[in-house]
Design a protein around this ligand. Sequence first.
Ligand code: CDP
Length: 228
Amino acid sequence: MSGPSAAPVIAIDGPTASGKGTIAAGVAKRLAFNYLDSGSLYRLVSLEAQVAGVELDDEPALIAIAGALRPEFVDGRIRLDGQDVSDQIREEGIGAAASRLAVLPGVRQALVDIQRRFRTSPGLVADGRDMGTAIFPDAKLKIFLTADVQSRAERRHKQLIEKGFSSNITGLSRVLRDRDNRDANRAVSPLRAAEDAIVIDSTHLSIEQTIEQVLGAWKAIAGGAVRG
Ligand code: CDP
């Protein structure tokens, strides 16, 4: 559904480890909107491919996995085939493979409907790479969230350590740059700011300050109620 009565969407796109997930979840909570972490779908395909021993260049097999994906999102956790895989899909190896299979047009296409089904009343905050450009081009508010590579590497490092994974900052900066290049240079739905997106550089902003900037932009558009 994307007609005039469709639930409003706030699209938050940006490069890897820019804090999109934390900001998008925070904004969704304050507005009591639904939340879509689109990257988790690519990560789920990546995990399923690993479990099934499917190679990352086997597009037909990956499309079949993407098309059959039936994840359950409950209370901030993700279950697949009855198993909680929320932490497992955050592993860097799964993320790196997700970024490789995300270049495949057929895989992206197979994930379009599942993403659009998250658009329900009273509204949706969706985070990813192509929310404002491809999946929800009619989003009421489009944010492009960036931060410099060094601070993104530090944030990701902290996040991985907190989850009990091993991590090394120098290696991470290199991985993030590779990921940026792959996302920005793929033929289908490359990472770029939508023409009508508001760009927020969060390098020197706290999580709360960034959330406030997004909410400020939303209030200016929708004038809607925001929870304190
Ligand atoms: O955590 P990180 O920002 O690196 O990634 P993510 O948002 O969890 O997404 C994992 C991978 O899926 C990314 O590296 C992207 O290549 C890909 N992705 C995409 O192509 N399109 C999206 N809408 C979301 C993620």
